[in-house]
Design a protein around this ligand. Structure first.
Ligand SMILES: *[C@@H]1O[C@H](CO)[C@@H](O)[C@H](O)[C@H]1NC(C)=O
Ligand SMILES: *[C@@H]1O[C@H](CO)[C@@H](O)[C@H](O)[C@H]1NC(C)=O
Ligand SMILES: *[C@@H]1O[C@H](CO)[C@@H](O)[C@H](O)[C@H]1NC(C)=O
Ligand SMILES: *[C@@H]1O[C@H](CO)[C@@H](O)[C@H](O)[C@H]1NC(C)=O
Ligand SMILES: *[C@@H]1O[C@H](CO)[C@@H](O)[C@H](O)[C@H]1NC(C)=O
Ligand SMILES: *[C@@H]1O[C@H](CO)[C@@H](O)[C@H](O)[C@H]1NC(C)=O
Ligand SMILES: *[C@@H]1O[C@H](CO)[C@@H](O)[C@H](O)[C@H]1NC(C)=O
Ligand SMILES: *[C@@H]1O[C@H](CO)[C@@H](O)[C@H](O)[C@H]1NC(C)=O
Length: 408
């Protein structure tokens, strides 16, 4: 629809003097001057592949969300470098699909000003921010909320925690009032529950959730929180579950259902701040102390091993113990769901997608609760100085464009 008005890929690759614009179809739903200026700036800084992606995805729902939101106040743009796009294009067969590319782009535009590592929580705490990704084909959160992204800082390096790929921030710039974080990986949009348990090798959960026929209802939900026991946790209760399956399948269904919250996506930053009832109607209680974050259902308490694995329609947290709570309360489950829906509707109406990110809420999880986050620090700890130095050199050369540049 707007292809005749923009030649962003070309813009990014050439100098300001060479830019030629084709006639514009007015009015555009986004600020062409700003987008052109941004593309030119990124091109001069060597980040040309994102401009190619914008050209490809701009007419899709996600691409339009990206372009219409990008000049909004309180946004931060994540820009994958060219090597990241080259890898992504090889790894993803649909990386030439405009709708997919548009969704990916909108997922790289974050609500909130995040201009350096101090704006993000330090591991094991997480910062959870909303993004511009709200294409209903790929995101199905409660109240039409847009998709979230999860960050954590380890040894002063900002990581984006994601189910398939870990991205690291390698440098930081700004264009006008837009902070830009350069990243080494294109962030794939979050997938569904089945994909996430597969990617995290949770074979016990895969088997048990299928056996009680929960995969399809989970897939259909708009907003949910799932506490997924690790394989070790399932192994520890295997004989109990096996004999219970034989004697009373309802009890097993209840126990598994007591791991799922319907209608509310509760990230680690909000565990304990929101009262929660499972789809079987049993309440959860949450606690955190210096040894971690704990979730209790019935008489079983589990520790959170990995928090904030983002799903297309919610979030999951891996826990170390299976809740063997076989109780159910249908009335409580229904009440919890309708209350969640009305809260989501209010949240979406009053404070739309910016709700989470503007404040960059942080957790109080202790270091042991997310051991995997902490222990992997060494592999990511060293900032990529060549990139930073290259950026700094370019910044000096084209100082007029980077008056506000910040290099980390
Ligand atoms: C569009 O962006 C340009 C460049 O950033 C800015 O000067 C102008 O005020 C913007 N126009 C609108 C309508 O926001
Ligand atoms: C996504 O967000 C944009 C901008 O905030 C809005 O115009 C659009 O209607 C939203 N789309 C959906 C599907 O919620
Ligand atoms: C989950 O997503 C994958 C990949 O897109 C898809 O193949 C699968 O059918 C989905 N699972 C469900 C239960 O919809
Ligand atoms: C899952 O298992 C595969 C194969 O063993 C491994 O390469 C991958 O790192 C594992 N993923 C996680 C999240 O443990
Ligand atoms: C969530 O609640 C809705 C409304 O009661 C229901 O239709 C849906 O099946 C529930 N989903 C799950 C996963 O329990
Ligand atoms: C099966 O389990 C359910 C849920 O715990 C319970 O209400 C029911 O009484 C049990 N049935 C038998 C025969 O034990
Ligand atoms: C933290 O809470 C858990 C669960 O209640 C408990 O088992 C653990 O002993 C507590 N740890 C500390 C250090 O208080
Ligand atoms: C991503 O990084 C986190 C924190 O550094 C780590 O816990 C996790 O294992 C990493 N995941 C992958 C797939 O590398």
């Amino acid at each position: 629809m707007f292809s005749k008005t923009l030649t962003i890929a070309a813009l990014a690759a050439v100098s300001a003097a060479q830019i030629q614009l084709t006639p514009r179809a007015a009015p555009l739903p986004f600020n062409l001057t700003f987008v052109e200026g941004l593309a030119e700036f990124l091109g001069k800084m060597g980040f040309t592949s994102i401009a190619t992606a914008v050209t490809l995805g701009m007419n899709s729902p996600g691409g339009l969300d990206f372009l219409t939101n990008i000049q909004g106040n309180s946004k931060t743009l994540l820009v994958p470098n060219n090597a990241a796009f080259a890898t992504f294009n090889k790894a993803f067969p649909n990386s030439n699909n405009p709708s997919f590319v548009g969704d990916v782009l909108s997922y790289h535009l974050i609500d909130g000003i995040f201009n350096d590592s101090s704006a993000f929580s330090t591991a094991p705490d997480h910062t959870v921010a909303r993004t511009a990704l709200n294409d209903s084909a790929s995101t199905q959160l409660e109240g039409g909320l847009s998709q979230a992204m999860v960050f954590s800082v380890e040894v002063e390096v900002i990581h984006i925690l994601n189910q398939k790929t870990n991205a690291t921030v390698t440098g930081s710039l700004s264009f006008q009032n837009l902070p830009i974080q350069i990243i080494d990986t294109v962030i794939d949009i979050p997938g569904n529950f089945s994909t996430a348990i597969g990617a995290n090798n949770l074979t016990g959960a895969s088997t048990v959730f299928s056996q009680v026929n929960l995969i399809v209802p989970i897939q259909a939900a708009n907003g949910l929180t799932i506490f997924v026991p690790s394989d070790t946790a399932f192994a520890n209760v295997q004989s109990t579950l096996t004999s219970l399956s034989a004697s009373n399948l309802t009890a097993v269904q209840n126990a598994v259902s007591n791991h799922v919250i319907n209608g509310t996506t509760i990230y680690s930053t909000q565990l304990g701040a929101i009262s929660a009832v499972s789809i079987a109607g049993e309440p959860f209680t949450f606690a955190s102390n210096s040894s971690g974050t704990f979730v209790t259902s019935g008489s079983t308490t589990a520790s959170v091993l990995v928090a904030d694995i983002v799903l297309s329609n919610g979030v999951m947290h891996i826990i170390d113990t299976v809740f063997l709570n076989t109780n159910a309360n249908a009335a409580a489950a229904a009440a919890a769901f309708s209350s969640a829906v009305s809260v989501a509707a209010t949240e979406a109406a009053v404070v739309p997608t910016a709700a989470l990110a503007a404040v960059a809420i942080t957790t109080t999880l202790s270091s042991s609760s997310l051991a995997t986050t902490s222990t992997s620090a060494s592999s990511h700890a060293v900032p990529t100085f060549p990139v930073v130095n290259a950026l700094r050199a370019i910044a000096v050369l084209v100082g007029v464009y980077v008056g506000a540049a910040v290099l980390i």
